[in-house]
Each structure stands twice: as structure tokens, then as C-alpha cells.
Design a protein around this ligand. Structure first.
Ligand SMILES: *Cc1c(COP(=O)(O)O)cnc(C)c1O
Length: 452
């Protein structure tokens, strides 16, 4: 029989089942496995900390979203938002499911091409596209979503030199009742900028206006905002039809659907708050279907959903470095991952589960990361059973933005493993090494030698 491990006694007031100011206890059972793989085994093999992605969860979430839209609207196309998670294995799961690519930089554009996405299925968004990048995208027949007038004129200039007629859309920003309005991207609907840009494009006749795009925000909790946005884009499309007798091929509603994470300061858990794909789909498709398009002229509906499609598929496994008491008596636990790799700790109260059996006792604690930086806080308040050195934890729903916004700061970035649909793990990104970090560094010869 295994020896029971010692756990120090705690004296505290019991308030079973009653909320305290941090809410109720949330962890009732350990999470010892992710998709059939023991947390301990994964950490032993690939090192701690470790990002783990569940391929099963990605495919299931994608199919759920796809079904929500396809059962309500005849022409639907998803495009995977590269910046949300551009690890190639992740992108390719989405491409296998039928997603195009949505990119916001030349670097991401190249990544999509290298992953094998054909140019005409790459949507090029964002305010920063160089002449070279625009030229390449025009030659590849990609979809250029124009952000500002300077870009419009750059494309116009390139169009006079190219044999290809650039396929463009404009990004439209608008009031959808959610504030502050994201009006820094694209052309405004209410003040007429968008209509002006449309007229400039169509009357110049050097570009092909194929679509209308918006991306009204991120972590949006109000499906009705999408209904309003879809109505406004539909209005623009119908005005184009009326004035120019020209049909727009697609309406692109961007991304922004909330995932099931809990925003800091939110009273309710994200799981209870995040609207379903069905509720977003219902708002968007109803608005377009009711707008007044002729049956054979309904535009294709494009969606660039990022976080809501990948967040739940990502897990971060890590280990406890130490425990300590703060000067005010609170318990603090130091983990081997911090805001350097779990960037979303700045916005979310991540759900964190112990990976081993624990007793019924729990204590309010602070979770810190390993950085020598005061801001390195993973959770300001969490009610967890006591953890000791080398215990392990699982952080849930970390698939969006962490693997792109992570920093190589103080320590090296961890490996990423994808667990396939037969529960087999695959290494999809190696743990960084001093060597891999230093490949880009150049030390001038005269600085090599010193005496101390
Ligand atoms: C970031 C981004 C997305 C994805 O947004 P999510 O909030 O992750 O769904 C989609 N489209 C554009 C233009 C973006 O910039």
C-alpha cells in the first residue's frame, strides 16, 4: 500500500456550501488525465510546464459552430483566425475541417501559404500591409480587406501595374450598441466613410469589390450586436445593388464570439455566461435573410471566429514550485508558469484544477508565476485544496491567444503537444532552448573577450 503523504493541519472556519467573498469552492475532483493521457505522464515525458491541445475538442467545437450556421443559412464559410493560434498543427486541423485562412500580417500570410492554403482562400486583414505583401496577395488572388484610404490608394496603384484585378472588401466599423466602439479599424458606417470608400472602389473600376467585412469586438457577450452589424452590412450591400446593379459575393462578420472563460470581475462564471453558437447564428442569419436580398443573390456568410473555437481545446499543465505565507497570512502558491506564457491571466480568472487526489479542505490562496516580477500573478484569489511542491495542476481553456502572445521573458517557452482523436500525443512545438533563442543573436567579435 502507498504511504499517505503528510498534509499540514489547517484551522479555519468552516462555511460549507456558503459563498464567501471569493465565491464557492469550485474544485471537487482532480483532473488527472487530458484526453486519456495522464497529466503526470505527459509532464514526465515533455517537461513542465506544457501546453496540451485536444484535437477532438477542436473538431467537436468547430462542427458545433458550423452546424449552428449551416442549418440556418445556405452559404457559410469559416476562415481560421491565425493570430488566435498559429501553431501549424492547429491551423491544419481547421483547414482539414474546411476553414480558409484569415491573416493580419505578411508573416501570417506566408504561414498560411506554407500550410498549403491556396491564395484565393486567404483573407488578408489588418492595417499593416506593405507594397510587397499587397503585390504578392494580388498575384495570388487573395481577398484584401482594406482598412484605410492609404491602403485603398496603394492597391489602386498596384492594380494599374498588375494584370490581375485585385479582389477587395472594405472593413466597416459601426455602432452596434457595444461600447467603446472599435472605430480604429476600417471605415465608419454611420458617418458615411464606408459608403464613400465603396463608391471610390466601384467608380474607379480597377478593383473588384467582392465583399463587406466587420469585426466588431472581441469576447462579445451580446449576440444582438451581431444582428445589428449584419443588418448594417446588408444595407450597404443592397445600396450597392441599387446604385450599381452589382451583387456583393460575401458578408464577413469577423470574429469576437466570447469563449467560456470567466472575465476578471465577472460575478457569473463564463460557462454560464457565454452565448451559444446557435444564438450568434440566429441573430446574424436572421438579419441577412430578412434584409431584402433576392433568393439567388444571397451573399456568402464568412466567419472569422477565433477564441470561441479554440479556447476549450487548450490546457496548460504545470507544477508547484513552492508554498508560502504572505505577510497578511494569506496562502500563496508559486507555480512554474506565469504571465509570460499564460498571457490571458491578465483578463481571465482561469479555472485551475489540481491533478492529484486531495482532501475536502480548501483555502483561499493566491497563485503566482515563477518570474521575478511583481505582476506575475496567475490568480489573485482562488479557493483550492492545499498544494505542495511538485504537485501538478491543469489550467483549462487556454487555447486562444496564449500560444501566440506568449513572451520569451526570463525563461524559455514550453513545448506544445496535440492529443489526436485516438488519444495519442504528438509533439507539435518543441520546448525552446538557449540555442534556439540565440540563433538570431549576433555578438560583435570585439565584445567576445573580457576579464573579470
Ligand atoms: C482577431 C481577429 C479575429 C478573431 O477574433 P476572436 O475574438 O478571437 O474571435 C477575426 N477577425 C479579425 C479581423 C481579427 O482581427
Amino acid at each position: 500500500m502507498k504511504k499517505l503523504h503528510y498534509e499540514r493541519p489547517i484551522i479555519q472556519r468552516l462555511n460549507v456550501g456558503v459563498m464567501n467573498k471569493f465565491g464557492t469552492k469550485t474544485e471537487y475532483a482532480p483532473v488527472t488525465h487530458v484526453d486519456g493521457n495522464a497529466v503526470k505522464g505527459l509532464l514526465a515525458k515533455y517537461g513542465s510546464p506544457l501546453f496540451v491541445i485536444s484535437e477532438k475538442t477542436i473538431r467537436k467545437t468547430f462542427r458545433d459552430a458550423n452546424r449552428a450556421f449551416k442549418t440556418r443559412y445556405p452559404k457559410v464559410q469559416f476562415a481560421w483566425s491565425y493570430k488566435t493560434n498559429y501553431v501549424n498543427a492547429v491551423c491544419n486541423v481547421f483547414h482539414q475541417e474546411g476553414s480558409w485562412a484569415e491573416v493580419v500580417s505578411g508573416f501570417e500570410y506566408q504561414k498560411a501559404l506554407q500550410n498549403g492554403v491556396s491564395g484565393n482562400k486567404i483573407i488578408f486583414n489588418g492595417p499593416d500591409k506593405s507594397m510587397e505583401e499587397l503585390t504578392m496577395a494580388i498575384e495570388n488572388n487573395s481577398l484584401l480587406h482594406i482598412d484605410h484610404l492609404d491602403e485603398l490608394y496603394m492597391i489602386k496603384e498596384l492594380a494599374t501595374k498588375s494584370k490581375k484585378k485585385p479582389r477587395v472588401a472594405i472593413r466597416v466599423n459601426m455602432d452596434t450598441g457595444v461600447y467603446p466602439i472599435w472605430d480604429r479599424f476600417g471605415f465608419n458606417y454611420e458617418n458615411g466613410q464606408a459608403w464613400d470608400a465603396i463608391n471610390k472602389i466601384i467608380l474607379n473600376d480597377q478593383m473588384e469589390l467582392v465583399g463587406l467585412h466587420c469585426h466588431i469586438g472581441t469576447f462579445m457577450l451580446a449576440p444582438s450586436a451581431y444582428g445589428l452589424a449584419a443588418s448594417k452590412l446588408s444595407d450597404l450591400a443592397l445600396s450597392i445593388k441599387k446604385k450599381f446593379k452589382k451583387s456583393i459575393q460575401y458578408i464577413d462578420m469577423g470574429g469576437g464570439f466570447a469563449s467560456r472563460n470567466t472575465l476578471k470581475g465577472s460575478y457569473l462564471q463564463g460557462m454560464d455566461l457565454a452565448p451559444s453558437f446557435d444564438s450568434f447564428a440566429e441573430e446574424i442569419t436572421t438579419a441577412i435573410l430578412n434584409a431584402g436580398f433576392a433568393k439567388d443573390e444571397l451573399p456568402m456568410l464568412v466567419l472569422e471566429t477565433g477564441r470561441a473555437l479554440i479556447d476549450d481545446a487548450g490546457f496548460l499543465l504545470g507544477s508547484v514550485i513552492s508554498n508560502k505565507r504572505l505577510s497578511d497570512g494569506r496562502r500563496a502558491t508559486i507555480l512554474d508558469f506565469g504571465v509570460n506564457i499564460l498571457f490571458t491571466s491578465f483578463w481571465y480568472d482561469h479555472k485551475i484544477s489540481p491533478a492529484q487526489e486531495f482532501s475536502q479542505y480548501s483555502e483561499d490562496s493566491v497563485l503566482y508565476g515563477p518570474l521575478c516580477m511583481n505582476i506575475d500573478v496567475v490568480r489573485e484569489n482562488i479557493t483550492l485544496p492545499p498544494l505542495k511542491r511538485d504537485d501538478q495542476v491543469v489550467v483549462h481553456s487556454v487555447g486562444a491567444y496564449n500560444m501566440t502572445q506568449w513572451m520569451q521573458f526570463i525563461s524559455l517557452r514550453p513545448a506544445i503537444v496535440m492529443i489526436d482523436k485516438n488519444d495519442k500525443p504528438h509533439l507539435i512545438r518543441k520546448r525552446e532552448t538557449l540555442k534556439s533563442i540565440e540563433t538570431e543573436e549576433v555578438l560583435p567579435a570585439y565584445l567576445k573577450d573580457f576579464k573579470l
